[in-house]
Design a protein around this ligand. Structure first.
Ligand code: PLP
Length: 396
């Protein structure tokens, strides 16, 4: 086989989320879609807001097709970048201009661009468990290392003491995903302020910037009026990364942006590098039509109640059945502790009830399962008897 050795190891560790999703599809074909409760993939089913459709139609009908389907500057359409900058400034009160914005192919595209810009062999990126599984692959492309800070088991909060010890000379960046996939936790202001102190003192000690990459595709999905602190306000070297995948229910369109404010140390060089990285990684530019679409949809509000109903129903029912779950505060994921020592055996029992869960070993959290509740409410309701049967089986 002529494949690269590094590719082989990526293939061996191929995403368990995708594996479980494919299993769900196979089962749906075999038993019928209605008979399968697939909680594997974070593929949002809340309606795509009508503003998105209106914008697409209006752009197609009224704009020059060569403009909306053509190449533009690699960083994105200047007018859209300006709209994004103004949106951020209005919302968070921090100065941004079009030059601070790079349109990218979802959060995944943005993360890969940043890794390309920052990492040499043996450099390190820190992240907090539990973490989005793909970070590891993104970092490994450059033979760099993803250092995972264990969480505080009691409440899944940031383990700051450990983080402080784990920042080393080669640490280039810290990825912070808030609200968190897979825990559904929103990190507290107190912890985030403490984190910035740790980062600032590490920068002084090490003599180089440590970029805080704020991976926030779930920013709008914060329940019970919880605040998601805007980190660029309190930590200068924050790079803000946003994606419209989840909140506008358009993950297949691959649209998001990176915001690197003038306060970021060496930010101008980083932005210049990011533009070239996006091009040479083969993204070239973010999808042109959807740049224009989101330019018109920046103030569209997500239908939070859609997922909130699911969250409440699932958490309440599962807890009453005796499953131990982490109370979800944001995003659309729920973490359930395996009720059995043997997690594979539990996964099999769940499959027998046609419930598809994702084991979280690859998220840096063995012994748990993730349930993506971005499903129709009726589906969650229909799954409850299956969970009851599962709970009963576990007690046998
Ligand atoms: N970061 C986190 C934490 C995610 O959960 C996801 C997707 O699930 C991504 C990044 C990638 O999202 P996108 O579709 O915007 O590339």
């Amino acid at each position: 086989m002529t494949l690269a050795r590094s590719m082989k190891s990526l293939m061996e560790g191929n995403s368990v989320i995708r594996k479980m999703f494919e299993l769900g599809q196979e089962m749906a074909e075999k038993y019928g879609k209605e008979q399968v409760y697939d909680f594997s993939l974070g593929n949002p089913v809340a309606s795509v807001p009508y503003e998105v459709k209106n914008a697409i139609i209006s752009l197609l009908e009224n704009q020059d097709p060569h403009e909306i389907h053509g190449y533009m500057k690699n960083a994105g359409f200047p007018d859209v970048r300006k709209q994004v900058a103004e949106h951020l400034e209005k919302r968070f009160g921090l100065a941004y201009s079009a030059e601070n914005i790079l349109m990218c192919n979802g959060a995944a595209g943005g993360l890969n661009i940043l890794m390309r810009c920052l990492l040499d062999e043996e450099d390190e990126v820190l992240c907090f468990a539990p973490y989005f599984t793909e970070y590891k692959a993104y970092v490994s492309h450059y033979k760099a290392k993803l250092t995972v800070v264990p969480m505080r088991k009691e409440d899944f909060s940031l383990n700051l003491d450990m983080a402080e010890q784990m920042i080393k000379r080669r640490t280039k960046a810290v990825i912070l995903n808030n609200p968190n996939n897979p825990s559904g936790i929103i990190y507290s202001e107190e912890d985030l302020r403490a984190l910035t102190k740790i980062l600032k003192s590490a920068e002084e000690r090490l003599g180089h910037p440590i970029y805080l990459i704020c991976d926030e595709p779930y920013r709008e999905l914060a329940y019970d009026d919880r605040e998601v602190l805007f980190m660029p306000e309190i930590y200068e070297n924050s790079i803000y990364l946003y994606s419209f995948s989840k909140t506008l229910s358009i993950p297949g369109e691959r649209i998001g942006y990176l915001a690197i404010s003038d306060r970021v140390e060496e930010g101008k060089e980083l932005m210049a590098a990011a533009v070239i990285a996006g091009r040479t990684l083969g993204f070239v530019n973010a999808p042109s039509l959807f740049q224009k679409v989101i330019g018109q949809c920046l103030d569209v509000k997500v239908d939070l109640s859609f997922y909130d109903r699911n969250r409440k129903l699932l958490y309440t029912e599962l807890s009453e059945m005796g499953f131990s779950c982490v109370p979800p505060q944001g995003a659309f994921y729920l973490l359930m502790k395996s009720p059995m020592e043997d997690t594979d055996a539990f996964l099999k029992l769940a499959e027998e009830e046609h419930i598809i869960l994702v084991p979280t070993d690859g998220f840096g959290l063995p012994g748990y399962f993730r349930l993506a509740y971005c499903l129709p409410y009726e589906k969650i309701e229909a799954s409850i008897p299956a969970f009851r049967a599962l709970a009963k089986k576990c007690q046998e």
